[in-house]
Design a protein. Structure first.
Ligand SMILES: *Cc1c(COP(=O)(O)O)cnc(C)c1O
Length: 368
């Protein structure tokens, strides 16, 4: 059976091999007589699952030893509070606002510290990125927050900003929820990165935080203990019960990622090459058509989330119905942007994007 191609923005499609492995392990993981869901998080079986997931992620993403990898809960939205609770020391922080997610992040941070907007692309409808040299970063800022892939507006930083080159010593905080593991990360530019798992890593319920060790230990007194990065790190993400099953699935995804190859590369480098191809295929189809459009500047179009509109909006429902018949699922755009959105995360094969593009051409012909 060929599974339908699911373009959901999240929770999103997982690699089929991962789902099959999880199904095979469901009643009895590795001869333990237990489902992963039934294991003590302190037992040797789960500890091995956790340690493998952590070391595979570190290896895949080339994360330096002076960064801690934390497996947390609460999702991206909780991190919007947890980051200022841990890093702001009640001082001032700077936000670059480039879409719905960074909008939400800076609004939440206002509860804990003095928030400034270093730059914003709101005026242009979030279709471009403000040039880093134009950012107004305070000299006393505790950190600079950037959402490096705006899932709803389909805007992506293809390169991380280099705060040092902009004359700032502040750590860069990135929300990379919706493009984590889709390309390599230059960790020399990053202080902290967080990602909800449900876009590109596994099931909802797990949040990954990668944080420079020197940033730990400065939480505000009001910070809940379970969200104090120092406490979480000291307890190897087991201060409270971690989302064990989600960690196990993410671990399977990491193994899958390590095994991927594309044009003589493997792992994340292979994923990046494949993701570039997939995005190119879809944007070319949009740009070469009379019916579809994407309004994002070409130099910052997301490789993961591709919003597009039908010039004749009255055809939206017909487009979605025809897609469903062809097993192309969850293409409806976010309500704030309208139209369609195809999320083409790591687990979406080139064949899925090709099937979508073929359908788009066919639909355009029928509706000419
Ligand atoms: C999905 C998403 C989030 C929110 O995650 P939750 O797990 O729903 O809290 C945060 N940031 C970005 C960029 C996202 O795409």
């Amino acid at each position: 059976m060929i599974r339908p191609f699911n373009f959901s923005a999240g929770p999103a499609r997982l690699p089929e091999e991962v789902l099959r492995q999880a199904a095979a392990d469901m009643l009895d993981w590795n001869g333990s007589g237990m489902s992963v869901m039934e294991m003590s998080h302190r037992g040797k079986e789960f500890i091995s699952i956790y340690e493998n997931a952590q070391s595979d992620f570190r290896e895949l993403m080339s994360i330096p030893e002076d960064f801690k990898i934390l497996f947390m809960q609460g999702g991206g939205l909780a991190e919007n509070a947890i980051v200022p609770l841990n890093l702001s020391a009640g001082g001032s922080v700077d936000f670059v606002v480039t879409g719905s997610w960074s909008e939400k992040s800076h609004q939440e941070a206002r509860r804990y510290c003095d928030v400034r907007i270093a730059a914003s692309s709101r005026g242009g409808g979030f279709t471009s990125l403000p040039e880093p040299t134009s950012w107004e970063i305070g000299s006393d800022t505790r950190y600079v927050h950037v959402c490096t892939n705006e899932t709803i507006h389909g805007v992506e930083f293809h390169q991380l900003p280099d705060l040092k080159a902009l004359g700032s010593k502040a750590p860069l905080v990135i929300d990379f929820s919706s493009h984590v593991a889709s390309r390599p990360v230059d960790w020399s530019k990053v202080g902290l990165a967080f990602a909800g798992a449900q876009k590109n890593l596994g099931p909802a319920g797990l949040t990954l935080v990668v944080v420079r060790e020197e940033l730990l230990g400065h939480a505000l007194p009001a910070c809940p203990s379970a969200f104090d990065y120092q406490i979480v790190a000291d307890h190897h993400s087991m201060y409270n019960t971690p989302p064990t099953y989600a960690i196990y699935i993410a671990g399977l995804v990491f193994k899958w990622l390590k095994a991927q190859t594309e044009d003589q590369t493997t792992g994340i480098a292979a994923m990046e090459k494949r993701n570039v191809k997939k995005a190119q295929l879809l944007y070319d189809a949009i740009d070469n058509s009379q019916l579809y459009r994407n309004g994002v500047d070409r130099n910052c179009r997301s490789r993961m989330n591709v919003p597009f509109q039908l010039l004749d909006e009255s055809r939206n429902d017909a487009f979605l119905a025809g897609a469903k018949v062809r097993s192309l699922l969850q293409l409806k755009g976010h309500k704030s942007v309208g139209g369609m959105r195809a999320s083409i995360y790591n687990a979406m094969p080139v064949a899925g994007v090709q099937a979508l593009v073929d359908y788009m051409r066919e639909f355009e012909k029928e509706n000419a």
